[in-house]
Design a protein around this ligand. Structure first.
Ligand code: NDP
Length: 487
């Protein structure tokens, strides 16, 4: 299996290689085989990319928003037309089941390009009347923006960051995760094909050091990172020391609350979506599933049988529902947390093992896992595992569960399953989270803001709010009378 791109980086509208950069092998997580060999960006490549972006941005910003938007919408059409090939590439890069990537990954990037390409022309400043004299505000781009992506949704991340940035008239230098460098290059090619002028979307590969070099580069006006909380703290500090704008989309340990009047099948479906999709590698996952006493046994019964029926295996088989984890380090981390859960005294209710799959013996597979008998203070209930490990906790009363749900350093997301709608709204109003779902889980349509409270991040992606985060306001006061001066 090979997925070798023409070169490691995409700068100023073309592929660029610099073999002096650190080797960056791309591993197919299902087999452990090397499918591409790339190089991390050298300082030279980083400078070329930043300079290309800096040079291209002013002319792009002077285009009418509808003209910029038209190019983004054309790129969205190409993404959709190539959905199957891009989904396959994403599956090779991430190991995620093709049944997911076919519907979720390039499609979500295309949605972002289409939405921001259309919305930007209607995203304007304000007019303020002073009875004769007046003021208005202009929405101006920031300049060169840096996007740094995580490995769980590579093309989606590249689309979610680049679309609002470009729509607003900025240029972007994007660094994918070292684990998943391929699909951002495909997106860069598509942008060029759609007519995006050279230099506006550049992809440079690399490890954390390349991200840090970009985040601290003096030309860069904004950094948008998707990653873990520790990385977010480092990148935000770098951005802060240079007074750059920053958006941080970080990790979580989100609560999903199932009240005893909930539809059991829907609640189980939501809990499984919120723990097992993308092999559990989703930032917003509802990994603390609080279930009310009266429904607990029924919920656990259906959850167990549906979880045991999950088909793990070849990610390229459309019947497969769960692929491997991204790499050995993540496999070790998730296995380590399963061991910790057992040591802490939680009950390993289901899963927890490493499946032996013929032909995939070197893949990073792990069974979907459910812990019961979990106490709030246990590490498996407090720390982000980023794998298919669900903790199920019991609760009795509404006030109690709200307090327990909020007892976390994170605040990315939360979910509530109940048929009692007044209660649903009352509870989500109390939950400390950037996104809440009532009677569903983990949907992130581009039309609504997405981001975290507390340690889970700063700023929002998606929706018109993201255009705000990729722009700055200029206030213009216009005097129509004489200047009243005391001098
Ligand atoms: P990491 O924090 O390890 O890495 C994120 C990105 O930052 C990678 O591209 C990484 O490069 C880069 N990076 C690492 N160190 C630095 C540094 N010092 N300066 C600049 N850049 C750096 O996250 P993962 O890739 O492991 O992704 C998983 C995490 O992302 C989870 O915590 C998850 O919750 C979170 N996430 C959040 C989302 C959200 O929207 N809130 C969505 C998806 C994931 P490299 O790959 O080379 O290490």
């Amino acid at each position: 299996m090979k997925a070798q791109p023409r070169a490691s980086h995409y700068v100023n509208g073309r592929y660029v290689e610099d073999e002096r950069g650190d080797p960056l092998p791309v591993i197919y997580p299902a087999t452990g085989e090397t499918i591409a060999k790339l190089h991390a960006a050298t300082d030279n490549v980083i400078e070329l990319a930043i300079e290309a972006a800096r040079a291209a941005q002013p002319a792009w910003a002077r285009l009418k928003p509808v003209e910029r938007g038209r190019i983004l919408r054309r790129a969205a059409d190409i993404l959709r037309a190539r959905n199957d090939a891009l989904a396959r590439l994403e599956t090779l890069d991430t190991g995620k089941a093709i049944q997911e990537t076919l519907v979720a990954d390039p499609a979500s990037a295309a949605d972002a390009l289409e939405f921001f390409g259309g919305a930007v022309a209607a995203f304007n400043g304000d007019y303020v009347d002073f009875g004769g004299s007046f003021a208005y505000t202009r929405r101006e781009p920031l300049g060169v923006c840096v996007g740094i992506g995580a490995w769980n949704y590579p093309i989606q991340g590249a689309g979610w960051k680049s679309a609002p940035a470009l729509a607003m008239g900025n240029a972007m230098v994007f660094k994918p995760s070292e684990n998943t460098p391929l699909s951002a290059l495909a997106l860069a090619e598509i942008y060029t094909e759609a007519g995006l002028p050279d230099g506006l979307f550049n992809v440079v590969q690399g490890y954390g050091a390349v991200g840090a070099a970009l985040a601290s580069h003096p030309v860069v006006a904004k950094v948008s990172l998707t990653g873990s909380v520790p990385t977010g703290k480092k990148v935000l500090a770098l951005a802060g020391s240079h007074m750059k704008h920053a958006t941080m989309e970080l990790g979580g340990k989100s609560p999903l609350i199932v009240f005893d009047d909930a539809d059991v099948e829907n609640a189980v479906g939501g809990a499984m979506l919120g723990n097992f999709y993308s092999t559990g590698q989703v930032c917003s996952n509802g990994t603390r599933v609080f279930v009310q006493d009266r429904i607990y046994d029924r919920f656990l019964d259906r959850l167990t049988s549906r979880t045991k029926a999950i088909r793990i295996g070849d990610p390229l088989d459309p019947e497969t529902q769960m692929g491997p984890l991204i790499n050995k380090a993540q496999h070790d981390k998730v296995s380590g947390y399963i061991a910790i859960g057992k040591q802490e005294g939680a009950t390993l209710h289901c899963g927890g093992g490493i499946p032996r799959l013929q032909g995939f013996e070197n893949g990073y597979f792990i069974e979907p896992t459910i812990f019961t008998g979990v106490e709030d203070g246990m590490r498996i209930a407090r720390e982000e595992i980023f794998g298919p490990v669900m903790t199920v906790l019991r609760f009795s009363a509404e006030d109690e569960v709200i307090e327990r749900a909020n007892d976390s350093e994170f605040g990315l997301s939360a979910g509530v399953f109940t048929r009692d709608l007044p209660r649903a709204h009352r509870v989500v109003a109390e939950l400390q989270a950037g996104t809440c779902w009532i009677n569903h889980y983990n949907l992130a349509p581009v039309e609504i803001p997405f981001g975290g409270a507390k340690q889970s991040g700063i700023g929002r992606e998606n929706s018109l709010v993201a255009l705000g985060h990729y722009s700055q306001l200029k206030s213009v006061y216009v005097e129509t009378g004489d200047v009243a001066s005391p001098y």
